[in-house]
Ligand binder design. Structure first.
Ligand code: SAH
Length: 346
């Protein structure tokens, strides 16, 4: 990459219009180029067929397009697709397409590696290398939308920020990407179809509430007892459950939007009655539902999926308290595409 050249997608539409005006062209040219860059997903200036050759050359001399490249695509027997995505600097992240009879969901990454250290997650072992730019997040979504149309004959219907990374540690870029995805230049998707999943960064949950975001919030809870949660998600020491609770109450007051708690039940870790009781209590603070996620082993004996009996205990107790609970089966396990398995293995 030529270091002197600027990433053209860092420019807003207005900045592009100004660039063309200052270079003796019509500002309207900026709109055309912007459309190529965002709606049409151009990977090179040569793709821009309604722009003159001279202008394309001029752009080439001044700018680069740091588009992502899908380096490898794996398809699971259940229809799930995993993309290994190469970024302009050679780093790799993964994103996943999850088809069900009624929807196609893109699971996208927000960081290369992860800032957090959840003991049960494969991505945590990669450490955080850098945040993704807004366009790198946007590109993952567009690539999956294309695959969805190609392999499942329908556009993408939902997006979850449950790939690699902690989205609230890269808040500005995630928000910029969501703005673009929901705009008419992007997919024009309703923000209600987008879910941001966080391990729970209280300050940022409050910031989202203040910003009046319209997408949905999921929190990876896994335990409602501080000691237990800290032992499996060590950052809970810094952001204890009382702070998390307070931020979720704030979120609900401002947004009126129900929260989803993601929860894995492990043998000997959170399968006791007191773990269930603590979860029931935590669920009483704000309107919510619980997704019990199947554990996807990551070559570690420390964690084992709890017995069916333990999970049934959770379900019966929660339902008796009128708390909505869903059991989420994993998808794409044969290609390491399930929750917590994204680790650039191949
Ligand atoms: N950092 C964000 C988003 C990425 S993780 C977050 O923590 O929410 C996406 C989901 O997968 C989280 O709920 C996470 O707790 C869960 N997860 C991580 N490792 C897992 C594993 N091995 N098996 C099942 N779920 C896992």
């Amino acid at each position: 990459m030529d270091v002197k050249k600027k990433d053209i997608r860092a420019l807003t539409k207005d900045q592009l219009r100004v660039f063309f005006r200052e270079n003796g062209d019509k500002p309207f040219r900026g709109n055309q180029v912007y459309e190529w860059l965002w709606s049409k997903g151009a990977h090179s200036f040569d793709d821009m067929t309604n722009i003159s050759k001279v202008t394309r050359q001029m752009l080439e001399e001044n700018f680069v397009i740091n588009h992502i490249r899908v380096d490898q695509m794996q398809r699971s027997t259940d229809g799930t697709i995993k993309n290994a995505v190469r970024l302009h600097d050679g780093l790799i992240v993964e994103s996943v397409l999850i088809p069900t009879p009624t929807r196609t969901t893109a699971c996208v990454s927000s960081q290369v590696g992860c800032s957090l250290d959840c003991k049960f997650c494969a991505t945590a072992r990669l450490k955080r290398m850098r945040n993704l730019n807004a366009d790198e997040i946007y590109d993952q979504v567009m690539a999956i939308d294309k695959e969805s149309k190609l392999y499942h004959n329908r556009p993408l219907s939902n997006i979850v920020f449950m790939g690699m990374g902690e989205p609230l540690m890269n808040y500005n870029n995630v928000i910029k990407a969501i703005d673009k995805i929901t705009s008419t230049e992007g997919l024009g998707m309703s923000p209600k179809r987008i879910t941001l999943s966080t391990s729970g960064v209280p300050k940022m949950i409050k910031k989202m509430a203040d910003d009046e975001v319209k997408f949905k919030l999921a929190v990876s809870l896994h335990s409602a007892i501080d000691d237990v949660r800290t032992s499996i998600m060590p950052f809970n020491q810094t952001f204890p459950l009382s702070d998390l609770q307070e931020s979720l109450e704030y979120w609900y007051k401002k947004t009126n939007s129900r929260i989803t708690y993601e929860y894995v039940v492990w043998n000997g870790i959170n399968d006791r009655q007191e773990d269930i009781d603590a979860l029931v209590r935590f669920c009483s603070y704000v309107p919510c539902k619980v997704n019990l996620i199947e554990y996807n082993p990551i070559d570690d004996d420390e964690f084992q999926q709890a017995s069916t009996k333990a999970i049934d205990n959770y379900i019966t107790t929660l339902e008796a308290r009128r708390i909505v609970v869903n059991v989420r089966r994993s998808r794409g396990k044969d290609i390491d595409a399930a929750c917590g398995q994204l680790a650039n293995k191949s």
